[in-house]
Design a protein around this ligand. Structure first.
Ligand SMILES: [Zn+2]
Ligand SMILES: [Zn+2]
Ligand SMILES: [Zn+2]
Length: 269
């Protein structure tokens, strides 16, 4: 087995909080802004490693729209961060990929997330035969440590989302830490040396389950990546005004942002 690095392309499919931005019925400056960076679908990223694998992180309620907008015509694996509605409710859209690809899709989550997903999508797991459109076909895998998918190393990073343990993911030089307000003690070693960091920053006002901008900046300073991008933003954070107050190298992510990063690969010869 030989280890090395490969280029990966990260596409941000959504960078908004659970309600999306604009919010239904809101007339605030950000919700009515004409800046495309202020239009945020529910949070998700797509990780493509050419010739190896295409990984979707979370299946949001906006998955169909995201897949059409960004031309996602194949998904080889799905990683779940946790079981909240804004991260899982698009699971039924997987049917389309089952049909195009002719098989079930391997999905990875921790035990807590699987408990929620099984409850939320009981029709997928109850074994009752159904006529008509069918159900998404997935292979459920419980994560308990790093895995290798299509030769690409994926490291789950334990985070706290209020009282709920959830997972961020590291792929080589890149880490995606959404929906958290604290890193697990074990997480710091796992994100050491990350060059491109994505981290939750909901708004400026404190929240019980999400980092504020100031808290996210403290974590960024401690990890010390070359670039950091904030995600899961609520409508309090307009892109132009917020970016103007951020330190060098830190910016709000936006829907459609594409990053090229180096991931760790393991080849068996
Ligand atoms: Zn969320
Ligand atoms: Zn608003
Ligand atoms: Zn959440």
């Amino acid at each position: 087995m030989s280890a090395g690095r490969a280029q990966a392309r990260i596409t941000f499919l959504g960078t908004g909080t659970s309600s999306g931005v604009p919010m239904i019925g809101c007339t605030c400056a950000v919700c009515t802004s004409s800046d495309p960076r202020d239009k945020r679908l529910r949070p998700s990223i797509f990780v493509e490693v050419p010739g190896r694998i295409r990984i979707l992180v979370d299946t949001t309620p906006d998955l169909r729209q995201q897949a059409l907008t960004y031309g996602i015509t194949r998904v080889d694996a799905i990683l779940y961060t946790h079981g909240h509605a804004d991260h899982v409710l698009g699971l039924d859209e997987v049917r389309r990929y089952n049909h195009m690809q002719g098989g079930a899709i391997p999905c990875y989550a921790d035990r807590t997330a699987w408990e929620t997903i099984r409850r939320t999508f009981s029709y997928v797991f109850d074994g009752v035969p159904r006529l008509g459109g069918g159900i998404p076909r997935i292979e459920a895998h419980e994560l308990s440590g790093p895995i290798v998918l299509g030769g690409v190393k994926v490291v789950p990073v334990p985070l706290w989302h209020g009282e709920m343990p959830i997972l961020g993911y590291r792929f080589g030089s890149f880490a995606y830490l959404t929906d958290c307000n604290r890193l697990h003690d074990d997480a710091w070693a796992l994100v050491e040396g990350v060059e491109t960091l994505v981290i939750d920053a909901l708004r400026h006002k404190p929240h019980t389950t999400h980092f504020t901008v100031a808290e996210a900046l403290e974590v960024i300073a401690r990890i010390g990546p070359r670039r950091a991008w904030l995600t899961h933003m609520a409508h309090e954070l307009g892109a132009a005004a917020t970016n103007a107050g951020l330190p060098e190298g830190v910016e709000l992510a936006y829907d459609g942002l594409v990053l090229d990063v180096a991931v760790d690969v393991h080849d068996i010869h």
